[in-house]
Design a protein around this ligand. Structure first.
Ligand SMILES: CC(C)(COP(=O)(O)OP(=O)(O)OC[C@H]1O[C@@H](n2cnc3c(N)ncnc32)[C@H](O)[C@@H]1OP(=O)(O)O)[C@@H](O)C(=O)NCCC(=O)NCCS
Length: 152
């Protein structure tokens, strides 16, 4: 498994991951292209045997970073891929000067909530009716280590 920054050439593979993970709410390659090219965005891709099996997209906004999206191919789940992606995104955000990472996750997405809790995120807020299907969003937070205190 290798992690690397994502490029425009990855967008079709990421759109396929989106389709598999989010169905009707999937982002197209065009939408992804716009989102990843905005200021402060970091796109990290996980690759196995030359195939993209996961990705994470974050946005730096001053002293915090937003985790905008994470998805892993169904065939590669529960193997630590998303954990590697989040840990790398956390290190990068801390190196960029962020002291916390925030995200929204649907109250209906129990699997993702369990994953985020396992990665050190805690619920700090709830936004009713946040998603198109009417479900609420949980806002979750992870404090980031200061770069000088991070292990090499
Ligand atoms: C959520 C998601 C990114 C997790 O990816 P993953 O690579 O399977 O996660 P990891 O293997 O790193 O999981 C680490 C730990 O998190 C927890 N976890 C992960 N997925 C879980 C699930 N579906 N149910 C319960 N716990 C889960 C487990 O404790 C797991 O450790 P274990 O496998 O030893 O039990 C993946 O299931 C996915 O792509 N889902 C669809 C897209 C999505 O919902 N994204 C998040 C909202 S934007």
């Amino acid at each position: 498994m290798t992690l690397r920054p994502g490029h425009d050439e990855d967008l079709p593979a990421l759109a396929a991951l989106e389709e598999e993970a989010f169905g009707a709410d999937a982002w197209s390659a065009a939408t992804l292209g716009e989102l990843v090219s905005a200021a402060g965005r970091r796109l990290l891709v996980a690759e196995r045997d030359g195939e993209v099996v996961g990705y994470v997209l974050t946005a730096l906004a001053g002293d915090f970073a937003d985790l905008l999206r994470i998805a892993v191919a169904a065939s590669a789940r529960r193997e630590g891929v998303a954990s590697m992606l989040v840990d790398a995104a956390v290190l990068a955000a801390a190196a960029d000067g962020a002291d916390r990472m925030l995200l929204e996750v649907s109250e209906a997405n129990a699997g993702a909530q369990a994953f985020y809790r396992r990665r050190g995120f805690t619920e700090i807020d709830r936004r009713p009716g946040y998603y198109r299907d009417g479900s609420a969003a949980l806002v979750m937070l992870r404090e980031l280590p200061a770069p000088e205190r991070m292990d090499p």
